[in-house]
Write a protein that binds this ligand. Structure first.
Ligand code: FES
Length: 179
C-alpha cells in the first residue's frame, strides 16, 4: 500500500537515499537500514523499502517480509495527533470498542490507518493504567477519560479547530510536513 507522499516525505526519502551508501550491501544490514529509515521518515514508506531492496540486491518482498516481522516498524505515517483507544479489560467492558468504532467512522479511517492530511492516526492500546476513568482514549499525550461515543466528535473537532487557528496565526509555516 503506497501513501501519498508529502514534500517532507520526499525530502526524507532523499536523505534515506544518501544515507544508504554508508551501509554495506550485505543482507545483515537490512535491520539497521530499516531502523535508519524509521529514524528519518518516522515510518517505512514503500518507496524506502524499494530503495533498500535495490541497495541490497534483494526482492522487495524479502525486505517487506523482514520489516513486517518486527513490531518496531510501522508502515503508515504517524498522525500529528495519534489517537489511541484503550481496549484493556476495564475499558473493553465499558464499550471501548464502540469508542474506537466512532473515531474510525468520524475520521473515515480504519484502525492502524492515518488520515490523508496526516492529522490523525488511530490505533488500539492495552491498559494504560487509568482504569478508573474507563473507557479511556489518548490523543497525543492527553488522556481523555469517561469517553462516550458522543464525545468523539467534539474531541476531533477541538483538534481541528486548534489546527485552523494555528494556521490562521501562521504558526505552522515552518512545518516541514506541509507543502
Ligand atoms: S483497561 Fe483501559 S485504562 Fe485500564
Amino acid at each position: 500500500l503506497k501513501h501519498m507522499l508529502t514534500d517532507g516525505d520526499r525530502r526524507n526519502l532523499d536523505t534515506v537515499k544518501s544515507r544508504l551508501n554508508a551501509f554495506d550491501n550485505s543482507r545483515t544490514q537490512l535491520i539497521p537500514i530499516l531502523q535508519m529509515i524509521m529514524a528519518v521518515c518516522r515510518f517505512v514508506p514503500t518507496e524506502a523499502m524499494e530503495m533498500a531492496a535495490d541497495h541490497l540486491g534483494l526482492p522487495t518482498s524479502d525486505v517487506y517480509g523482514v520489516a513486517t516481522f518486527y513490531n518496531q516498524f510501522r508502515f503508515t505515517p504517524p498522525g500529528r495527533h495519534p489517537i489511541k483507544v484503550c481496549l484493556g479489560t476495564a475499558c473493553h467492558v465499558r464499550g471501548g470498542d464502540i469508542i474506537l468504532e466512532n473515531f474510525a467512522r468520524r475520521l473515515e479511517i480504519a484502525e492502524g490507518e492515518t488520515t490523508e492530511d496526516r492529522e490523525f492516526s488511530l490505533e488500539r492500546v492495552a491498559c494504560i493504567g487509568c482504569c478508573a476513568l474507563a473507557p479511556v482514549a489518548l490523543v497525543g499525550d492527553d488522556v481523555h477519560g469517561n469517553m462516550a461515543p458522543s464525545k468523539t466528535e467534539g474531541l476531533v473537532l477541538r483538534y481541528q479547530i486548534e489546527k485552523e487557528k494555528a494556521e490562521r496565526d501562521g504558526r505552522r509555516t515552518g512545518d516541514d510536513d506541509h507543502a
